[in-house]
Design a protein around this ligand. Sequence first.
Ligand code: SF4
Ligand code: SF4
Length: 464
Amino acid sequence: MSLPVHAQREGGSDRGPSSPFHPVDINHPTHIALVEPDTAFWGLVARDRLDETLAGGPLLETWRAKAADFAREMDMLRFHLKPSAVYFNATERCNLNCSYCYIPSDMRRGGTQMDRDRLLAALETLHGYFRGHMPADRLPQVIFHGAEPMLARDAIFAGIEAFKDRFRFGVQTNATLLDEEAIAFLTGHGVGIGLSLDGPTARIADRTRQRWNGDGVFDHVVRAIERLDGYPGFNVICTMTEENLPHLTQLVDFFHEKRVPACMLNVTRCTQPGARGLKGDDKAVSDAFLAALERTHTLYRETGRKLVVANFANILIAILAPTARRLMCDISPCGGGRSFFALAPDGALFPCSEFIGLDTFVGGNLFTDRIDDVLESAPFRKVIDRKVEDIEGCDVCPIRHFCGSPCPAEAHEMNGGMHRKGAFCAFYEEQVRYAMRLIADGRHQDFLWDGWDEGTEVACAIGA
Ligand code: SF4
Ligand code: SF4
């Protein structure tokens, strides 16, 4: 059961008779949020001025003046993007057997893998597609993604070398195969590098991330983090599970000490049954997550060096400047199949890597079908057409455009259909409350990348 985000005013109704604003109690001592859900417009008002603000004044006037512009902006963001990125799975195989992996184990043990020629042909086709609609000064993005891309290292490195001027590249790896030579190649080519580590000690980290024979990989990942010291383009993902929640604050200390520039503290995606058994409950996840965020703030204040928690920073940005967000899970429809798609080693195209292994979500094949047709296929439309307005509970939720009700894959597999919520409703509510509290206290910039707002302009600022 999720916590109510609506603040009920005494007397019954939760907003004025004609007010478009929904009060959201953010658990702040002096302030409350007012949100107009459809346009994602919001303001923070003193609790003792709630009634007069709902009745009229600058907030309402500004919303009336700008509502059509904001609605257009949200409509563009939600329904009119074209893909600019691809999650490129060059191999189904993995040398690890992590407990929560979304890729079925038989695929990871012995699945297919692209060779060099096939990978180069795939990049050529993708480049032709992206160039058809992206401006010449903007490079499309290719992220080599799970299972373990470094098992296809020779083919991937050949692709990066051949297409280095035509794509921005990233690689998401378990780090076990990142030797000196690989790191020199990737950093020398400016490739974004994401690693995975679930705990500050081997005892904790190795509970969820292990080799097939049960051996842990903590030492390998730490060695890779140390080798990447000083490289700005790397981050570390931690998947929050029951196993590591009590140690999240310690993990943040560990990342900061290792000079990791950004991390993600992700919830377990519950698409596959293995992940569901490890999922912490919303309250435990929220408490641990917010404590870890506070710890990053203390560390920043003590040292002047930030450890940005990127998935939370994205929620803050979704509130401050909706169209500037970088990740596309917390918007509805999510980015799957519309701002990016995923490619499997046999050429199969999925809306998102999260669907790999679910055959009914194959929209077509890169080597035989037109990408534009695949984007309109029934499996893709199923994901692209999932929107908060059609999900019971989310349809009346004031923060629905800061949350997006992720994730369609887990809603489908765990909760019985696309038009159900995902697994962590109450956790998303807590994140939005906390983000609003930070804004109320003027602390929010400390949780964001320096320069995150370059290229944005202030569309609206009222009061102090
Ligand atoms: S919400 Fe799920 S399907 Fe959508 S982009 Fe995120 S992981 Fe992929
Ligand atoms: S939009 Fe998010 S926070 Fe709101 S009800 Fe849906 S899942 Fe919960």
